[in-house]
Design a protein around this ligand. Structure first.
Ligand code: PHE
Length: 397
């Protein structure tokens, strides 16, 4: 195709193309870090809170001069609360932006859609808040800074059985959501082991609006409480419809309830109900109160557990980048250069440093990753009274 007299022209073109690739990734003077999350869609508050937590942390790092004098640049992608979009977003962050690592997602199903891409490319991924055990089983480049659902399920079962003294549970799970299915199963296992019974187990799908059929079946079995391991929109609608049907027993749930929108939608329907979270914003601990004050000053809102976990995920990543620079300044510098074998080796070192995180002082607690790159942390039980959250208990792992 190319005639001999076109060779020089081709060389010039190639030169431009290479310059363009290098230029678009801005690799020489900033550390590109990818973020993907649900900024829109069914769980938009998850993504927005997480993005804000990450930005707050990174702004602080950059104001203090960056990592070893190099600023961190965030590249943020919206996955619209869809697993397919999460995979596309992460592929783009890796291929086009040349990110050194990826922060995300919240929902376990979306983290599971993106994790194999990070693993394949050798790009470390830290999920702030995906709790399904399978997420980090997808490969050694995948880590998390939160506890996992076998623990969360056990904590809920124990609270129901021992603290509230309840014996008969109904379960209402989101059938297409890995987190919901996992948490429902772990809860059931633990509750049975503690002498409780699950008298009915019903299902719905994310996006459903009408839960009356399932709730009617549940009501007939006269449970002591309903365990709803779902995300906030459906949980709030379920609560309202349960009350409309005359069901008065409490609802119990997990971290998927965490959202500013929960009580806006539920109104009074969740009064007397309980759920598990990762932190409590009124904790007097000065580090937590400083984080809450900084976040309020920046966003004019109170950080929820997702913002706090995302802040900590960014912290764990930056801590590893700093350690990499101390251990191997050459690896640190090549990490942010154009891609090649040296970069792959540098990312492998970064991966190992993340996996080796020990006693990182996060706002959601001290973070130490175990052999499976899961954090071992406390759970925080919250109750809902008069449309307000109340601290109930911290449960040790
Ligand atoms: N743990 C949930 C999941 O894995 C996500 C979540 C975490 C939602 C914390 C809200 C708060 O899907």
């Amino acid at each position: 195709m190319i005639r001999r007299n076109g060779t020089a022209y081709l060389a010039v073109l190639l030169g431009f193309a290479l310059a363009a690739v290098a230029g678009c990734a801005k690799q020489s003077n900033e550390i590109p870090v990818g973020v993907y999350g649900s900024l829109t869609g069914t769980t938009a508050t998850f993504g927005i809170s997480s993005k804000q937590g990450i930005e707050l942390f990174i702004e602080g790092v950059n104001q203090a001069g960056g990592v070893a004098g190099t600023k961190v640049r965030l590249i943020i992608e919206d996955d619209q609360s869809k697993p397919e979009e999460a995979a596309t977003a992460v592929q783009k962050l890796i291929d086009q932006d040349g990110v050194v690592a990826v922060l995300g997602e919240v929902a376990s199903s979306r983290s599971m859609a993106a994790a194999p891409i990070c693993q394949q490319a050798g790009v470390p991924m830290i999920t702030p808040s995906s709790t399904n055990p399978k997420v980090t089983e997808l490969g050694d480049y995948i880590s998390r800074v939160c506890y996992i659902d076998p623990f969360q399920g056990m904590v809920i079962a124990k609270f129901a059985r021992q603290t509230l003294g309840l014996a008969k549970a109904a379960v209402l799970r989101d059938n297409k959501n890995d987190y919901s299915v996992g948490l429902a199963n772990y809860f059931t296992e633990s509750f049975h082991a503690m002498g409780g019974t699950v008298v009915v187990d019903e299902a719905y799908s994310e996006g459903d609006q009408d839960f009356k059929a399932q709730l009617t079946v549940i009501k007939a079995k006269r449970p002591d409480f309903i365990m709803v391991p779902g995300y906030y929109t459906e949980v709030a609608l379920i609560a309202r419809q349960a009350r409309e049907l005359g069901i008065t027993v409490p609802l119990l749930g997990g971290d998927g309830w965490v959202s500013d929108r929960l009580l806006d939608i539920a109104q009074d329907a969740l009064n007397g109900s309980y759920f598990v979270s990762h932190y409590w914003e009124k904790d007097p601990n000065p580090a937590i109160q400083k984080f809450v004050a900084d976040y309020r000053a920046r966003y004019n809102s109170t950080p929820d557990a997702l913002a706090a976990l995302a802040y900590d995920a960014a912290g764990v990543l930056v801590h590893a980048l700093e350690a990499l620079n101390e251990e191997d300044a050459a690896a640190f510098k090549t990490l942010i250069g154009p891609r090649g074998d040296k970069q792959t080796a540098a990312r492998a070192k970064l991966r190992a440093l993340i996996a080796g995180t020990k006693d990182y002082p996060g706002v959601t607690g001290r973070i130490t990753l175990d052999a499976k790159r899961n954090a071992v942390k406390t759970a925080t039980f919250l109750g809902i009274k008069d449309r307000q959250y109340e601290f109930v208990a911290v449960v040790e792992p």
